[in-house]
Design a protein around this ligand. Sequence first.
Ligand code: ADP
Ligand code: MG
Length: 388
Amino acid sequence: MFEERIIFHDAIETMEVDFCGTTFAVNADVDAFYDVVDKRLADSGRSWYFLVVYTDCVIAPEAWERFAERGKIANVKHGLGTVRVGASSQTREEIRQRAEQEAFRSNIFNTRDQAMLALGEMRKRRRDSRAAAEGTFLRVENVSLRFGGVKAITGVSFEIKRGEISSIIGPNGAGKSSMLNVINGVYHPQEGTVTYLGNARHQMRTHEAATQGIARTFQNIALFKGMSVLDNLMTGRNLKMKSNFLLQALYWGPAQREELAHRKKVEEIIDFLEIEHIRKTPVGRLPYGLQKRVELGRALAAEPTLLLLDEPMAGMNVEEKQDMCRFILDVNDQFGTTILLIEHDMGVVMDISNFVVVLDHGMKIAEGTPDEVRSDPTVIRAYLGTAH
Ligand SMILES: Nc1ncnc2c1ncn2[C@@H]1O[C@H](COP(=O)(O)OP(=O)(O)O)[C@@H](O)[C@H]1O
Ligand SMILES: [Mg+2]
């Protein structure tokens, strides 16, 4: 009976699992279903994207642990990515919480169409990243930056891969924010080159970085405090707007159509970041964690290829940090955005990064996977030697 609830859509590399109307009351119910899922997956001998339909599916509290565990195993062994659809608000909440605890991407959608669209994007990205694996995405070579006598950055080189989440970590004053400013063209290094999407440059203006698809958030929130969330997000669309004010006055029709298209994009971001309830609220009245989320939204409104985040989780409580982590993972997953973030707290960064660069006193002291960096004696020394 579970057999017919598993459908392989070969053309789109997707296995659909239909939990519609199923009740998982005890562990044995979970096992009965998942034994069939696992067998079918094993027989197929390959990996799939998963489309999981939860309409009217009930998972009792006693069975959740097992349900999550078996799902995770199937994922690790055979999953290329998962989209979920039709979950009740309670199930949705459970999935979210599990996702936070175990740092996986929850990818929940309201309609099947949205889920299929997201699947399509995932597949496209995997294809593109395979194709682009050869070309350099972002390379920083031998960059040195001085402010008068202060050496902010000294001879730093590293490379960021397309589609990955990379982090720059290091103690205060290590040169992290300066490095982001070099990458997006605000600071001009005295030495060195930045190569982005195949173009090497020594100097660049900020708006050039933006038109090349680089967006960023700031260590200190830089929003218009008196303006609503919606209007702040609209400012993120500036570069995409063709009509200027004069033209808007002359050709009201086209300008209005354009405005509507931008608004639609912004509404999508509001939905994605779960900030519908505050869309009209002036940003200055929001708690800090939400302001940070709005700032992320504004950066996303520019539809960036490379997103630079300067301490997106600084000053947040544990819950806000978990939320932000999940959004960062989801942005990377759903939009395929390459992300370079700065964080000062090692723990958080290690959970979500593919690659880590460690700066100290303006110099690169280590780089590698989170595990490599964490066990590096030089890094441990730099961190132990500094009070936070
Ligand atoms: N605009 C600036 N003018 C002068 N000094 C600066 C400027 N920006 C950064 N610095 C100096 O460069 C060093 C690195 O700063 P920063 O990049 O902000 O470090 P981090 O973000 O790692 O804390 C510090 O000594 C800082 O005082
Ligand atoms: Mg900084």
